[in-house]
Ligand binder design. Structure first.
Ligand code: URA
Length: 211
């Protein structure tokens, strides 16, 4: 696993407002969107391209196009949905798959309750979106899911990670595959309810309300 922490004053500022418990849902959603666009810039650093000849008003030159097949962006439902727009803004040709994983609040294990993904991901660049890497159980389950479908080029984008979760992901992956992980910050720890400390609370609830 390769961890990239986006060290940028705009990231730090947006994260501060997200952490603030007095930030209302509408602002929270807007800021997640903006923050993910900044993270998407880092996460797509190795997006595949092919050369493309074009004519400028002055001359001909060679630029790049994003390669086919297009990358696939997979928000992990529910909270990952709040990250989708911010990601696809920079990757407009990407396809979008969905993966519904929920943590069991007593065992903290990940349960799959929905999926809409191509069967074969072997030649796709896969971008998983999950705001909170807490215990790591959900992200490990999501990574296993896409690896089983042949994916070999996987980047996960998270807002916050806990050191305990990073260790779990690292141990689960070993050297099976080199997953890229882009986060806005690595926080201190998990509390007794497996919430990230200092964190930002329940990302799904803060995005969409307690439903
Ligand atoms: N999921 C969240 O939404 N917040 C946490 O702190 C941990 C898991």
């Amino acid at each position: 696993m390769h961890l990239h922490v986006a060290d940028h004053p705009l990231v730090a500022h947006k994260l501060t407002v997200l952490r603030d418990e007095s930030t209302p849902s509408a602002t929270f959603r807007q800021l997640v969107d903006e923050l993910v666009t900044l993270l998407a810039y880092e996460a797509t650093r190795h997006v595949r391209t092919v050369p493309k000849e074009i004519r400028t008003p002055v001359t001909t030159t060679t630029g790049v196009n994003l390669s086919d097949p297009s990358p696939i962006v997979i928000p992990i439902l529910r909270a990952g949905l709040g990250m989708l727009e911010g990601m696809t803004r920079l990757l407009p040709t990407a396809e979008v798959g969905f993966l519904g994983l929920q943590r069991d609040e007593t065992t903290y294990e990940a349960i799959t309750y929905a999926n809409r993904l191509p069967d074969d991901l072997s030649d796709r660049q896969v971008f998983l979106l999950d705001p909170m890497l807490a215990t790591g159980a959900t992200l490990v389950a999501a990574i296993d899911y896409v690896l089983e479908r042949g994916a070999r080029d996987v980047t996960a984008v998270c807002l916050l990670a806990a050191p305990e979760g990073l260790e779990v992901v690292q141990e689960a992956l070993g050297d099976r595959v080199d997953v890229q992980l882009v986060v806005a910050a690595v926080d201190e720890r998990l509390d007794e309810n497996k919430y990230i400390v200092p964190g930002l609370g329940d990302a799904g609830d803060r995005l969409y309300g307690v439903v």
